[in-house]
Design a protein. Sequence first.
Length: 144
Amino acid sequence: MALIETCGQQWFTRQQDLFKPTVLARLQQHLAQHHKIVLVSGSLLACLSPIAQQVGAHDILCIQQAQQEGIFTGEIVPPQTIGEGKAVAIKQYLAQQPTDDKHTTVYGDHISDLPMLSLADMPVVVANCPQLIAVAKEAGWEQL
């Protein structure tokens, strides 16, 4: 486990231009308003942990790898946080939250994020995916 965490940190350290300044600024606004930031990604926890720390995220919903006696089996524990699985993970997460205020602002960067964006009170598109931009324009969603 420690090796994977070290590899994730090394990967993060080598990244350049990983963050879009407009998205970082928006996340800072959320933090200033005491909103809870939750990263939802199909990536591994080892890669997302340093990102979460950098942006001040409170929780991470991501691919969970099955383990047996401390060894990864190659299986993924549901829900797989890609496509519809991201929406499932968010619904499960929100159901476990103690507050009735479940207002959601969701940021997505790929057409596979459509199920997740569609369940949000405020969907925001943050990438140059032509398919997702077309959907965002049609739906009147914000684009950063």
